[in-house]
Ligand binder design. Structure first.
Ligand code: ADP
Ligand code: ADP
Length: 233
């Protein structure tokens, strides 16, 4: 797994040239390799921008972003992006078989790996229930899946790329309590093997995190454990 370090990162999307403040106004935090880190804070705080900069969808204007102890400007882009997997909120399931959906970004994954990703994301029940199992048609014109199932498929898809850094963007926010709890268990288990950075909306996700980065207005307001943050407030 790879650690992450932001040091005094400044970044504006461009809108700041018309008077809006930049999305990052000196962001500093450090996350060691492995474990679950929750990033919390109000809408517009700069949470998603952390992910966009990590994947180098945009170049930061000042400061340093390091992944695995190495400045990301010195990582070959393809290598950086293959080390990172990103799961978006409300990730799509495409028309095709469940297997095709899982193998989308890792077509060469072995059957054994597919089975393992399925069991780690608690999709075994779904596979057993579907006529045709992994080869059942899902998505458009196929079997309709619940929000929780779609989200777990997206995580299994990400796992098959064997990420050394997994970025989760509010993956539980659309789910009911039962699905949310199941997904949270999955995420906590994954954090034993890879570094997980999760933008978290609900306090329940935050409670299970190894550390919390609290962002506000383009800055990091606090980093720490849940109990520490509550004490300082
Ligand atoms: P959060 O994830 O905490 O809600 P973001 O990182 O998405 O915050 O956004 C931080 C700031 O950058 C906000 O003011 C937002 O409007 C702006 N922003 C985000 N994405 C873009 C974009 N693609 N283009 C222009 N401005 C953006
Ligand atoms: P909901 O999930 O219904 O929005 P939460 O109680 O989970 O409500 O979170 C409310 C807000 O507080 C969210 O914006 C979240 O990012 C933020 N938040 C959660 N945990 C913390 C924390 N430890 N310190 C500061 N803000 C937090």
């Amino acid at each position: 797994p790879l650690g992450v370090a932001f040091e005094d990162v400044v970044f504006g999307y461009g809108g700041h040239l018309e008077g809006r403040s930049p999305a990052h106004r000196g962001v500093t935090f450090e996350v060691p390799a492995g474990g679950l880190t929750a990033i919390v804070g109000p809408s517009g705080a700069g949470k998603s921008t952390v992910f966009a900069l990590l994947e180098r969808f945009y170049e930061h204007d000042a400061g340093t972003v390091a992944v695995g102890g190495r400045d990301i400007r010195h990582w070959p882009l393809a290598e950086l992006r293959s080390a990172i997997a990103y799961v978006e909120q409300d990730a799509p399931v495409l028309a095709g078989t469940l297997r095709e959906n899982l193998l989308l970004a890792a077509p060469d994954a072995a059957e054994e790996e597919v089975r393992r990703a399925v069991s780690r994301t608690r999709l075994d029940g779904l596979v057993e229930r579907l006529p045709g199992g992994l080869d059942a048609q899902v998505g458009h014109r196929g079997v309709t899946l619940s929000g929780g199932e779609r989200q777990r498929i997206a995580i299994a898809r990400a796992l098959l790329r064997r990420p050394r850094l997994l970025l989760l963007d509010e993956v539980t926010s659309q789910l009911d309590a039962v699905n949310e709890e199941a997904l949270r268990e999955v995420v906590v288990e994954l954090a034993a093997e890879t570094t997980v950075l999760a933008i978290a909306h609900r306090l329940s996700t935050v409670v299970r995190a190894d550390r919390i980065v609290v962002m506000e207005d383009g800055r990091v307001r606090a980093v720490g454990l849940h109990a520490d943050l509550l004490r300082s407030d």
